[in-house]
Design a binder for this molecule. Structure first.
Ligand SMILES: NC(=O)c1ccc[n+]([C@@H]2O[C@H](COP(=O)([O-])OP(=O)(O)OC[C@H]3O[C@@H](n4cnc5c(N)ncnc54)[C@H](OP(=O)(O)O)[C@@H]3O)[C@@H](O)[C@H]2O)c1
Length: 393
């Protein structure tokens, strides 16, 4: 595609679609122009000329003049249909839809290989942080040990407001939604599904291992209460929702769980809608990436970077898959946790290997102890509103 102007067909003109429009207009020297934008609701008022818009997906998917399909919609099924049709029609595709990508990674990998077209999705994982291309190009060997970080701008915004400004959970969530950081369905953010989708994508690019989202345990910040906040503050800690995948004994484990984070930890100072990713490798120890993890122009700039990369024929090579020594996925790992509950019948302490601390009061009880990740994943008791969990460092 070098030296030519590429025609874009965009799906979606919400937070990210409009962010891309703004970024594209303000970026000089990018050889790309918008030919058509497909949206869902023809009656919504739009901030730009109506001639751009259509509700007919085929005006983009079947237009031979459109080189690149940019998929930025909030409907997982429709997004997969659009992306797979575009790839089959030989069009390069850029997408930000982490859930759609995480749930369909093997099929999307096959589709781009079979049709020999690039499919880029940097904005899907940690929005503005260029992490996928780094994992692909810089960490293209097997010396990477772990990818760990804050991958959800909305929950990090909420936790920042709770810990730094003493705001209530509800007020902080409302602010995150008003600022466009929260997903359309906020449970995806606060229960840790959104960072899990990103983690599944990062895990593939870090280690070459395909994992289904349902294999990875996620527990969010939806049960966090004042007692937990005091517990963290008394230990000079904050709480961060951490997504991590890590090699261990030839396998790789992964989870999204709220962690107690101490001041010396680089992730402690990642505030508001910012995301932070710590990479650990055999010889370089830790490397740290930080950047905005949500918002229109921050995400739009990552989408634009993918469009720009297509101009020099960039595509993911999935080198770790081709190296053919991927670690197996496991949930067999011990974690030290704080478990808070109201009455003893709400939890099963027999699942713990050991308990090092126990607290009881008329209002709340907690234990600190070690438990297997698979046990946590299987434990029905963590679904109870009175029960909360924090991983200790
Ligand atoms: N917001 C962020 O900060 C962020 C960051 C990274 C990734 N993402 C991902 O980017 C994607 C878009 O997010 P968003 O926040 O921009 O969503 P959004 O503000 O809710 O906008 C969604 C857009 O998709 C359009 N749409 C829905 N179904 C469609 C269909 N079947 N065909 C055509 N258009 C359709 C909607 O059309 P109408 O305008 O007609 O309703 C709307 O313009 C999501 O997958 C999200 O997970 C978002």
């Amino acid at each position: 595609m070098e030296n030519k102007i590429i025609n874009l067909g965009i799906f979606g003109f919400g937070v990210v679609g409009q962010g891309l429009y703004e970024v594209l207009n303000r970026t000089k020297g990018i050889n790309a122009r918008i030919k058509k934008i497909c949206i869902k609701d023809p009656n919504k008022s739009r901030p730009i000329d109506s001639s751009y818009f259509t509700t007919d997906k085929n005006e983009i998917l079947e237009d031979p003049a459109i080189d690149v399909v940019v998929e930025l919609i909030n409907d997982t099924e429709a997004a997969f249909d659009i992306v797979s049709t575009a790839l089959r029609n030989g069009k390069a595709v850029v997408s930000a839809s982490k859930r759609m990508i995480a749930e369909n990674l093997p099929a999307l990998y096959e589709l781009q290989s079979a049709n020999k077209v690039p499919f880029l999705y940097e904005a899907s994982s940690c929005a503005s942080i260029p992490i996928i291309r780094n994992l692909e190009e810089y960490y293209d060997n097997d010396l990477l040990n772990a990818v760990e970080g804050i991958c959800n701008g909305s929950t990090n915004y909420i936790l920042t407001k709770i810990f730094e400004e003493n705001l209530s959970f509800e007020t902080a969530l409302q602010q995150a939604q008003e600022l466009g950081f929260a997903e359309t369905d906020p449970t995806l953010d606060i229960e840790g599904y959104d960072p899990k989708f990103k983690l599944v994508i990062l895990l593939l690019h870090a280690f070459g291992t395909f994992v289904k989202p349902e294999e990875v345990y996620n527990f969010g910040i939806h049960h966090l209460n004042d007692f937990d906040i005091q517990f963290a503050k008394q230990r000079n800690c904050t709480v961060k929702l951490i997504a991590q995948c890590r090699r261990q004994n030839g396998s790789v484990f992964a989870y999204v769980l709220p962690h107690l984070v101490k001041e010396h930890n680089l992730l402690y100072d990642v505030y508001n809608e910012y995301n932070g990713i710590l990479l650990e490798s055999a010889f370089t120890d830790k490397q740290f990436f930080v950047g905005k993890g949500a918002g229109g122009t921050a995400t739009g700039s990552a989408v634009l970077s993918d469009i720009s990369a297509l101009l020099y024929n960039y595509r993911y090579e999935y080198k770790k898959i081709k190296q053919n020594n991927q670690p197996n996925f496991t949930n067999d790992v011990k974690l030290k946790v704080y478990l808070r509950y109201k009455t003893p019948d709400q939890v099963d302490l027999a699942e713990f290997f050991n308990i090092s601390e126990k607290y009881e009061s008329p209002e709340w009880r907690y234990v600190v102890g070690t438990i297997n990740l698979q046990k946590l994943k299987d434990a029905g008791w963590l679904k109870k509103k009175d029960v909360n969990l924090l991983v200790l460092e």
